[in-house]
Design a protein around this ligand. Structure first.
Ligand SMILES: [Zn+2]
Length: 72
């Protein structure tokens, strides 16, 4: 079962919700467990961001080797 990370906009509480994907797409209860606020935003994992940075860094280096060396 996937875990969804949320942050409350009112009290900045971080919390996680676990729900089947079907139930999540149907609309799960996303209220803050600390203050019952509905002003919560889904947090995207920092893993995705760092992976994107790494692949854009690797693209220029990982492609061709030195121009003129004949290995490409
Ligand atoms: Zn809250």
């Amino acid at each position: 079962m996937p875990t969804y990370e949320y942050r409350c906009s009112d009290c900045e509480n971080d919390f996680e919700l676990q729900a089947p994907v079907a139930e999540y797409e149907d609309g799960i209860d996303e209220t803050c467990p600390a203050c019952d606020s509905p002003n919560t935003t889904r947090r995207l994992g920092s893993v995705m961001i760092s992976m994107g940075d790494r692949s854009s860094d690797a693209a220029p280096q990982g492609g061709c080797c030195t121009p003129g060396s004949g290995c490409c």
